[in-house]
Design a protein around this ligand. Structure first.
Ligand code: NAD
Length: 473
């Protein structure tokens, strides 16, 4: 039995105008997955019209009541955590513990922003004795939110919670491969009392529904999480329309280990950094920069931990068939470029996993930073270990990347830790940890990793604009 998924528009389930559905894959088995509505421009128009209708009332909704609704949604998500996790597993094949932690994290966004509905605030500017000048932050109105397939509910919650808290209404376009939990989220929002039209979800292909959402004249800001290529396409449309855009794109994050670090802990965190969500995470630490004096010993320790991770148990499948093929292509490239796999570099030989989109977690050692696998985002559980000699070397190699999302520095020398963290071109730097990043921490990239910030109080500024009011006495 597979689910048949419709849009959620104006507080109700809506059959697509085309009456067409796309049958997805179940990544754990390779069998059929959910049937997802194939939306078109008419569905986008209906969703945006509903949002526009709701926008004025929602903007004027008393902020305390708005906050209560956000909090109620967080509570209901926690109550329904098993159901939500199961839907996520159907779409993505994640292990239950991972899916449950993502539900918790998604609920935490609504809880956090529930307490911040009276932010962002303005300032009083003391300029002229005959004038009272102040600034205030106002919602944009309709926000278009486009999310990828890797951490579906979490990506939707990360954008919707601050957008709604700041007084906007949303139209979300989740990825075709994993739309179920975004629809569930909108349904739960209606259940706790969000007014019809404040939280809409329109399903379908990115090239059709996503593009139309960005093009729609009533959409006043877009928050996009996904690939660089699509980010660039959307960026052109947003530039033509002169609307603000948040781009959360890819990463090739450097995890830098100096010889004086706590190597045991650093090794286990290095593994977590690239195997969480089977490496299908923009913030994965996929370049392990290791001081040459400890390179072999450290990589052996990492590989030993990786050998214990079982696909189908601790490590889930690749979420889409395309991604499964993509990772295998990178294994071929590694072979062509003469790279040495310490562990993995192939598919599991467990018969029970045949059909599912599983790959073995993989570590390549002694890699040059110019190698294809060191420069391109693979979006799978694949780590390249790159030796370095000096601190300057480490910084140069870490920054020699198109991306700049995350980095970590491992050393007991506190001065070095600060020096390196300041030189790294990345939106987040972790020192002696590979943090998963709480909802309170601002998140975003440098370079091709994107611009704008999600999470934390900072996100509220990105979901509102500033007005200055001058009053003459
Ligand atoms: P993708 O760019 O292919 O798709 C993302 C979303 O955009 C999907 O909903 C898709 O349907 C839609 N889309 C596709 N073409 C479109 C178009 N022409 N116009 C409008 N929308 C369109 O990305 P993906 O393959 O789903 O996700 C993987 C990528 O996402 C990776 O590069 C990864 O690094 C990135 N990602 C970034 C973050 C972050 O926070 N920085 C988080 C997760 C994933």
């Amino acid at each position: 039995m597979t689910s048949k998924l419709n849009h959620w528009i104006d507080g109700r389930s809506v059959v697509p105008a085309s009456n067409e559905y796309r049958v997805g894959d179940n990544p754990a088995t390779g069998g059929a997955g959910a049937e997802v509505a194939l939306g078109n421009i008419d569905d986008v128009k209906a969703a945006v019209a509903s949002a526009e209708n709701a926008a004025r009332a929602w903007r004027r909704f008393p902020s305390a009541k708005r906050g209560r609704l956000l909090g109620d949604l967080a509570r209901l998500m926690r109550e329904k955590n098993q159901e939500l996790a199961e839907l996520e597993i159907e779409d993505t094949g994640k292990p239950l513990a991972v899916a449950l932690s993502e539900v918790e994290n998604s609920a935490a966004y609504f809880e956090f922003y529930a307490g911040l509905v009276n932010l962002p605030v303005g300032d009083v500017l003391d300029v002229d004795p005959d004038q009272h000048i102040y600034t205030r932050r106002e919602p944009f109105g309709v926000i278009g939110i486009i999310t990828p397939w890797n951490v579906p509910m979490n990506q939707a919650a990360r954008a919707c919670a601050p957008a709604l808290a700041a007084g906007n209404v949303v139209v979300v376009k989740p990825a075709e491969a994993s739309s179920q939990t975004t629809i569930a989220l909108a349904q739960l929002a209606s259940q706790v009392g969000f007014p019809d039209g404040t939280f809409n979800v329109v399903l379908g292909k990115g090239s059709e529904v996503g593009t139309e959402l960005v093009r729609h004249p009533s959409v006043r800001k877009v928050a996009f999480t996904g690939s660089v290529a699509v980010g660039q396409t959307i960026g052109h449309i947003a530039a033509d329309r002169v609307i603000p855009l948040t781009l959360e794109l890819g990463g090739k994050s450097a995890n830098i280990v100096f010889e004086d670090a706590d190597l045991k802990f650093a090794a286990s965190e290095a593994v977590r950094a690239f195997t969480t969500n089977a490496g299908q995470i923009c913030s994965a630490g996929t370049r392990l920069l290791v001081q040459r004096s400890i390179h072999d010993e450290f990589v052996t320790a990492v590989a030993d931990i990786v050998r214990e991770l079982r696909p189908g148990k601790e490590v889930g499948p690749m979420i889409t068939r395309d991604q499964y093929q993509q990772v295998q292509k990178y294994f071929d490239v590694a072979n062509q470029e003469g790279m040495q796999a310490e562990v993995g570099g192939n598919l599991p030989d467990d018969e029970a996993l045949r059909g599912g989109f599983y790959v073995n977690p993989t570590v390549y050692s002694n890699v040059d930073n110019s190698a294809t696998l060191a420069q391109e985002e693979i979006f799978g559980p694949v780590l390249v270990a790159i030796p370095f000699d000096t601190e300057e070397d480490a910084i140069r190699i870490a920054n020699n990347s198109d991306f700049g999302l995350i980095s970590a520095v491992w050393t007991k020398d506190i001065s070095r830790a600060f020096r390196v963290s300041e030189e790294i071109e990345a939106g987040q730097v972790f020192i002696n940890t590979w943090s998963t990043g709480a909802v309170q921490t601002p998140f975003g990239g440098h370079k091709y990793s994107g611009y704008g910030r999600e999470k934390g109080i900072e996100a509220l500024n990105h979901y509102s604009h500033l007005k200055c009011v001058v009053v003459a006495y």
